[in-house]
Design a protein around this ligand. Sequence first.
Ligand SMILES: [Zn+2]
Length: 341
Amino acid sequence: MALTLDEARAFHDEIFVMDLHADTAKLMDKLGYDLAARHERPMPTVANLIGHVDLPRMRDGGMAGQFFSFWTNPLPERGCTRSVNRQLDALDVAMGKHPEQLTWSRTGADVRAAKAAGRMSALGGIEGGQALESKLDPIETFSRRGVRYLGLLHFSKNAIGRPSKGRGSDPHEGLTAFGRDVVRECERCGVIVDLAHINRRGFMDALELATVPPMVSHTGVLGVHEHWRNIDDEQIRGVANKGGCVGIIFSRKYLGSASIDAVVDHIAHVIDVAGEDVPALGSDFDGFVVPPIGLEDIAAMPNLTVALSRRGISDRVLAKILGGNVLRVLDAVPAWGKLAA
Ligand SMILES: [Zn+2]
């Protein structure tokens, strides 16, 4: 039986709804965006590419946790480390003002404890290895500040490898020697490797190297929609075999449709290919995406739960898709790696 919207909202209270990717901290840093203020829901048009996430609407969406992804302009590859730190600062300030609402989490236990205390969890991620400026040291520094995943690539070549498309893309080049060191250093520092945006060759190199579960924080799948930004079945299975998860993006362009059911299609494909322990949510809100109709912002998350339940997905599997799989990965990758916490 499909859930009603009210039932979906009540269900979110019982489970842990997690989103793997939103670019909100950049808006906070650059535009003075107030995370604690309620913003108008963007209209479903191409003109509203940002303004999808704030604390009141995260509450409305029944969110337990949000990964804030810090992205940097890689041209030139300078000032990127500083930019990530500024985005972390912006989140620290917002949390300092509203400690009763939002708190840093690293582990599944942290997320559960925060929810029990009535708080939502913020988790950190980085989009694009240019944030390291070709050095390994920043990984430990970022980890200590709350970063839990590192997306190796973004839209341009960096010292780690090549993007799936964009400046310097090359399907024949995989991870560089530095890129391999980065994967190892991430594991040492309790930072999960995020394989969104990297080319297929680099994706497979990183998988082979990984001794703890990786993730793909925001992506579509080629099995549903042919697009260079999406990953194929072998890539999905590769992540599954390492115990990782795959966050499905809320972008019409990569989903191939403006329907909320397209998100369900991509999630269902991940289940068909690799099982119920793999799919997750990776909205890419505030990242210049045009989300599907009915999924205009983080407050609309229960609509997705309704759409998933209409496919006959059980509550048990829904709980995994909506956040349980993310918590499992957080639990499987030691929170501080080999660092002394
Ligand atoms: Zn992205």
